[in-house]
Design a binder for this molecule. Structure first.
Ligand SMILES: [Zn+2]
Length: 227
């Protein structure tokens, strides 16, 4: 998709497979409930969804086996926590945002062979490879393949979603994001919050919200330096 026109937003969205769409549905559910808008699901290699979950840091309850009301209640952890111990199959974990350090470690312990993520999160770059930590980690045969971020408007949408709340991105994180080239996405998220537009957006379904934001995402993408 590098540098290519992706067609209409409807075509782009309908081209997503079921695990991608489920991960975004979960992220949308997180946004609507005042959580950090990140969603994830685990699926088999042929795309059958095994379990899907969302961020629940601000929730006061949650499904059995999932974390809630805690800084640890991330979407990926809540997916992995529901997968059986010593499940042998190597699953695909699809998540809307580049996993954090905690979730990367959980992925390392879980039955996951591939991680697909939509949005880049420079706050956690460099936290996915545990090989440098010990000789044993370096020698483990089963590595996790990371696929992402998406370089289309879907990837940008995922990153913007993750910055919509609750609360504001800290000044320290904001400086880091701007230094990493994500200032325009952070500014779009801030504009959506400060204008109250996000409150109207959540009344839409996630695919409708993507279509609504697509012109702005696409113009930001077109303005990015190439090469
Ligand atoms: Zn996480």
């Amino acid at each position: 998709m590098n540098g290519e026109s992706a067609g209409t937003p409807g075509e782009l969205w309908s081209g997503l497979d079921d695990p991608w769409r489920e991960a975004f549905r979960q992220a949308w559910g997180a946004l609507r409930t005042g959580n950090i808008a990140i969603g994830a699901c685990a699926s088999t290699l042929d795309g059958v969804i095994v379990h899907a979950a969302r961020n629940r840091v601000a929730d006061s309850t949650g499904p059995p086996g999932e974390a809630f009301g805690s800084a640890l209640a991330h979407a990926e952890v809540n997916v992995l926590a529901r997968l059986p111990y010593r499940q042998t199959s190597r699953l695909v974990l699809t998540t809307t945002l580049e996993p954090c350090l905690q979730c990367s470690a959980a992925i390392r312990l879980g039955p996951v062979g591939t991680v697909r993520y939509a949005g880049a999160d420079p706050l956690w770059d460099g936290c996915h490879d545990f090989s440098p930590l010990s000789a044993r980690e370096a020698a483990r045969p089963a590595k996790v393949t990371m696929v992402g971020p998406r370089d289309d408007a879907v990837g940008m949408f995922a990153t913007v979603l993750s910055r919509l709340g609750p609360g504001r991105v800290s000044d320290f994180a904001a400086r880091w994001l701007r230094a990493s080239g994500q200032g325009v996405l952070l500014d779009l998220a801030l504009d959506l919050q400060e204008s109250g537009e996000v409150r109207r957006l959540v009344a839409l379904d996630v695919d409708e919200a993507f279509e609504y934001l697509w012109p702005r995402l696409q113009s930001l993408r077109d303005a990015q330096p190439t090469g």
